[in-house]
Design a protein around this ligand. Sequence first.
Ligand code: MRU
Length: 335
Amino acid sequence: MIDQRLLPRDLVVVSLDTYQEVADAIKTMVVRGAPAIGAAAAFGLALAARSSAAHDLPGLRADLQQAAEVLKSTRPTAVNLAWALKRMLAVAETDAISPSGMADRLLTEAQAIADEDVATNQKMARCGAGLIEDGDTIIHHCNTGSLATVDWGTALGVIRMAHQMGKHIHVLVDETRPRLQGARLTAWELGQYGIPYDIISDGAAGYFLSRGLAQKVFFGADRVTARGDVANKVGSYMLALAAHDNRVPVYAVFPISTVDFSLQNGEDIPIEEREAGEVLDIEVRGVKVVPEGASARNPAFDVTPHRLLTGWVTERGVIWPPFEGAFVQPYQAQP
Ligand code: MRU
């Protein structure tokens, strides 16, 4: 996987050999973005099967359960992680093959998850691109592109598809404090695709929205409840509020695997709080900015209530309110 912490300065591909290394890579955000960590965890479980010393299937299944717990505990908000692991474990529970055969079977399943992600994202991109008009300026939050998925991306995939269709668009890239996924990763991706952009500080979005200088807001999702509340990178809620106040449409783009059908209310989504150092360790020209001993809070996500969203873009099409009831089929593992 690409070590996303080093971009855009260095493009470094790292190789991971154990599920513990994969868990660490997810936790430390070598890999990040909801679908990308789901696929990474799936490959992690395949590695766990390969390294298991179990001689029989019950022993292997116990090892896989334990590895899945470690992988799942890395980041609590994005439901794709739990979704992918559940799908992998369902294969391990139902396929009665030898332990070595199971390692191959799980690798095939992980690859299927990765391949399906790309196909799903391309479908979403085609569904969402129709929402973008020639000449639009779009505000985008965090990084939702090829880096955040296996390829293509969610919200950024929609933007890329619209550009590929020949629409003239401009993107205002929220820098996305504190880890700067927008300024570092989204700007880097847009540069690769040749899509014109300006990076803006997160607080500037309200200015552009209130002056009629942005026509659409697009972001991704880490977990969506059955009624359409959307957990996404912290700052998405304030962006949606400002857009709503200025009657600018807000679209969340995500695959069905991001919907948590067990939750209704977005307030019940677990929100990861990361270390304060991500907020405090700011240096300008090599000088630390905050006072010595300063403390900080660092929620990594927030929840945009369904009432602030104009539409939800999925691989099955664009859902207009109400979201609830539009989906009745959560993912079912193959028997
Ligand atoms: O903390 P991150 O960088 O993993 O957060 C990622 C986001 O919030 C994305 O917007 C989200 O995963 C949806 S796009 C794939």
